[in-house]
Write a protein that binds this ligand. Structure first.
Ligand SMILES: [Zn+2]
Length: 151
């Protein structure tokens, strides 16, 4: 793998890798308009509560709603990565998105951001970089895992 073969942020033509990308897909029998909404919906205890997330087209609004979910599972931090992988597996089962993901070849996928998210991504701000600890890039790793299993 060449060192240059890195997608360092999910913007522009690589925005489809972002959870904020708008695309309809089915997860656990409910249709969501973006992966963020599907993910936040899993903080709910019942499908009845999850339904409202199927109506949200704006991922920022979905994220905001998710912060206020009263029934957040106690072990959310332990299960959230595996939930994310299930959701993104469903998202990238959409043929058009599957093709786009496969077309990234063997590129390293890094969710570079500037909002200090070093769990799902890798913040590139001066202060985070000065700590000399790379972000965990959970999202990028999940996407690379899914790409491996598709190819
Ligand atoms: Zn930062």
């Amino acid at each position: 793998m060449s060192e240059n073969n890195i997608i360092a942020e999910f913007k522009g033509k690589n925005h489809f890798l972002s959870n904020f990308y708008k695309c309809d897909f089915v997860y656990n029998e409910l249709t969501y308009h973006n992966a963020e909404a599907a993910f936040q919906a899993q903080k709910c205890a019942t499908d009845e509560d999850r339904i409202k997330y199927t109506e949200v087209t704006n991922p920022v609004a979905a994220k905001r709603m998710g912060r206020k979910e009263p029934n957040l599972p106690e072990n959310w931090n332990d299960i959230s990565a595996s939930i994310m992988k299930d959701i993104l597996t469903a998202k990238f089962a959409v043929p058009e998105l599957r093709e786009k993901l496969l077309a990234t070849g063997d590129a390293t996928l890094i969710e570079g951001n500037k909002h200090h998210d070093n769990i799902w991504g890798c913040c590139t701000c001066d202060s985070c970089r000065a700590k000399n600890k790379p972000g965990l890039n959970r999202l990028g790793k999940i996407l690379m895992d899914i790409r491996d299993s598709l190819s």
